[in-house]
Design a protein around this ligand. Structure first.
Ligand SMILES: Cc1ncc(COP(=O)(O)O)c(C=O)c1O
Length: 443
């Protein structure tokens, strides 16, 4: 029996609605005892897997001790968390601000950048440059820096008119070039945009270190981020790395910027910070920037639930578990196996245009024609059909779309919890193959 989702739900999935009763590790169980491998870790959230009793105990203890304080005060849990986080984040990024999720954290990062430039006597530096084919969240400023045309469409007329540049997307290079030998135009595009806008009008540049939900796990070429960092420094523009999806081990390093040893001015986190055990987001900011704001008596308003004591206690324990179980290293090792097997077993499929990723962060792009890379017509809803078919095979993969711009684009992300093993990788690929076959046969 398929459980009908509660009719009071505001949003309904494009595929079969499900009621999940319980979960353990990477597995979800429905009320009618169906077992689903969660190869999306939810919305790329559940890095440490589900059902950890240790966290339930922390939650019970912490809630009995302290359930809320105004965020300008601190708590023992918050002190523990910030001490631990300072060891996780790139050196120097050790001032933190906490939120209830990723979008709020993006808003906080944008506001901090604007406030910082004003505190430095440069109030006219207030524009934020971002990229097309990006996702930074659901609130209006986060959507303004976002670059998913479909998600922006209904709100385009009210969004902040900030500039966007093309993404580092070799499979569909916006400049029609091929790496190497392309001159890394995707990075020089930032400098060109800064000059076009006037450097004295730009506060910050924000980007996902690896394209996530719009694009489907696309690592850039290795020269890209060092070049961006150099450009930002040269023009006094803050570099904001949005690691809501890629942070906390997902790409096989603690943060994706660690792949290139880059220190952004601000780093945004969420999702894996608490592994889905509670909602929480954060920004980590260069200490010097915060001190300069403090010297200028600039004030940064909190959210009511900033640094909630229970969320702090859970995040601290989640990170402790990741350290104890070497889960970042595991994501790197298992991710290499997952990537190799995805390529070996799925790249020959007639619908699979590209397989890309790193760590446990992989994307599969679906195309109608592998030679020309032409996507399926959007009204065929290929992504939803594929996610639906996979669910029938006991597998959840995370939908991603929009990577072909106005032409649409379909794909799924494969980003399982770090606690999967070789048997689950085999199950995942076998059932994804079956789902692809079914969708292909039905077109
Ligand atoms: C890179 C990135 N930034 C921000 C967000 C927004 O986070 P949230 O959905 O927690 O508000 C997301 C969500 O997927 C994301 O992937």
């Amino acid at each position: 029996m398929v459980m009908a989702a509660n009719s009071s739900m505001f949003m309904r999935p494009a595929h079969e609605p499900l009621v999940i009763e319980r979960a353990e590790g990477p597995w979800l169980y429905t009320k009618d005892s169906r077992r689903i491998l969660d190869a999306g870790a939810g919305a790329v959230v559940v890095n440490i897997g589900q059902g950890r009793e240790e966290l339930a105990q922390v939650a019970a203890r912490e809630m009995a001790r302290l359930n809320y304080i105004v965020p300008v005060w601190s708590s023992a849990a918050r002190e523990r968390l910030t001490e631990r986080l300072a060891r996780w984040t790139p050196a120097g990024l050790d001032r933190f601000f906490f939120t209830s999720g990723g979008s709020e954290a993006v808003e906080a990062a944008l506001k901090f950048a604007i406030m910082y430039q004003k505190a430095k006597g440069r109030p006219q530096k207030h524009k934020i440059i971002s990229r097309w084919f990006s996702y930074h969240g659901n609130t209006l400023a986060a959507l303004s820096v976002g670059g998913n045309l479909g998600r922006r469409a209904d709100y385009e007329h009210v969004l902040l008119q900030w500039p966007h540049i093309g993404p580092p997307f070799c499979y569909r290079c916006p400049w029609g070039k091929t790496y190497p030998g392309c001159g890394i135009d995707c990075a020089t595009a930032l400098e060109e945009e800064i000059v076009r806008q006037g450097a004295d009008s730009v506060a910050a540049f924000i980007a996902e270190p690896m394209m996530g939900a719009t694009g489907g796990a696309v690592p850039p070429v290795r020269e890209y981020w060092p070049k961006l960092a150099e450009i930002c420094r040269r023009y006094n523009i803050l570099l904001i790395a949005d690691e809501v999806m890629t942070g906390f081990g997902r790409t096989g390093e603690r943060f994706a910027v660690d792949h290139w040893k880059i220190k952004p001015d601000l780093l945004i986190g969420g999702k894996g910070l608490t592994g889905g055990y509670l909602p929480m987001g954060m920004i980590a900011v260069d200490e010097k920037l915060v001190e300069e704001c403090e010297q200028a008596a600039a004030d940064f308003m909190f959210y009511t639930y900033s640094a909630h004591p229970l969320a702090c206690a859970i995040a601290d324990k989640v990170l402790e578990i990741m350290e104890r179980e070497h889960l970042v290293e595991r994501a790197a090792t298992l991710g290499a196996q997952l990537g190799a097997q995805l390529k070996e077993r799925l790249s020959g499929h007639p619908m699979v245009g590209d397989i890309r990723g790193t760590g446990l962060f992989w994307g599969l792009e679906i195309v109608r024609d592998k030679g020309t890379k032409v996507p399926y017509a959007p009204d065929l809803r290929i992504t939803s059909r594929l996610v639906g078919a996979a669910l029938k095979h006991g597998l959840f993969v995370y939908p991603t779309s929009g990577m072909a711009g106005a032409a649409g684009g379909d794909g799924v992300m494969i980003a399982p919890p770090f606690v999967i093993g070789p048997a689950e990788i085999d199950y995942l690929i076998g059932n994804l193959h079956a789902a692809l076959d079914e969708v292909h046969a039905g077109i």
